[in-house]
Design a binder for this molecule. Structure first.
Ligand code: GLN
Length: 281
């Protein structure tokens, strides 16, 4: 079987199974197996695949056709221009979350040394992207999942910022920091218990449930983190959240009730209010 034949067969099979962007998926899986760039495949369409490459391709194809996310199959994802390892113990970093990073970086001076707390770090995408761009920042990241903390640590080493970040295996309920922070950031699980059942199979069957839903009304962690921020933040101090679609008005109310001021949002590419932030003074 040649590269082109492999791609064509795989594309057809994925299409039949109802996978979106089947051709792109087929190409990315093969490029990963051949350790080349996707576009390099086009320069060697007639090259025959080795037996072990074909059998790995079959294995990937089977996993993808069962709706396993491509990122878990490849074990890696790009976020904010950096590479992150991912596995099923962490949420796959989403492009929307880059807006959270962008917003914090726009509001924060590179020249001062700030302390930042990141709650629910997952793959470590948030603290690592911040650390790469705020070299003086001292970041603490917590996650209730021990395997997430392990992977986040690995990602920090991979990206050369492990000296700037301390990872702690703790949930926000139990976490008791011995310092105050200038900035708190979180992309909390914000899908409500009711909405969770309707998510696409890639998420429902593969991503860690506790990273996606609060098993409540969707506002549980916005409430809890805003409350904790009152004692964890220095004054002035800022709190940044990623938002689920349509959550802005209620999260704004929550933050106002806890005493936050100058509450602002940033929209994403789909014109959805995706990031909210405010200050305690
Ligand atoms: N902080 C990670 C992210 O933003 C994980 C968030 C989560 O698991 N809810 O992708």
């Amino acid at each position: 079987m040649t590269i082109l034949e492999g791609i064509q067969l795989t594309t057809e099979y994925l299409e039949k199974k109802g996978i979106d962007s089947a051709r792109m998926n087929a190409e990315l899986m093969l490029a990963h197996i051949l350790k080349c760039k996707r576009l390099d495949l086009y320069l060697q369409f007639d090259k025959p695949l080795k037996d072990e490459e074909v059998s790995l391709y079959r294995e990937f194809l089977k996993r993808r056709s069962q709706f396993e996310p491509l990122q878990y199959i490849l074990g890696t994802v790009e976020f904010y221009g950096l590479e992150f390892k991912v596995n099923r113990s962490v949420l796959i970093p989403r492009p929307e979350t880059e807006i959270l990073i962008e917003t914090i970086l726009n509001n924060t001076s590179k020249e001062v040394s700030l302390t930042i707390l990141d709650i629910g770090t997952g793959s470590g995408n948030i603290p690592i992207s911040l650390a790469r761009n705020l070299p003086l920042a001292k970041i603490t990241s917590i996650d209730i999942s021990g395997s997430a903390v392990e992977l986040a640590n690995e990602n920090a080493v991979l990206n050369g910022v492990n000296e700037n970040i301390t990872f702690v295996n703790a949930g926000i309920d139990e976490y008791a920091p011995d310092e105050k922070f200038d900035i708190i950031v979180s992309n909390p699980p914000y899908v409500s218990k009711d909405e969770y059942q309707n998510l696409q199979p890639e998420i429902l069957n593969y991503e860690p449930i506790e990273a996606v839903t609060d098993n409540n009304d969707g506002f549980y962690f916005y409430n809890l983190i805003s409350e904790k921020a009152k004692s964890f933040l220095r004054r002035p101090g800022s709190l940044y959240f990623e938002l689920g679609a349509e959550l802005f008005p209620e999260v704004k109310n929550i933050m106002e009730r806890k005493g936050f001021e100058k509450i602002t949002f940033k929209k994403d590419y789909l014109n959805i209010e995706r990031v909210i932030y405010g200050e305690l003074n």
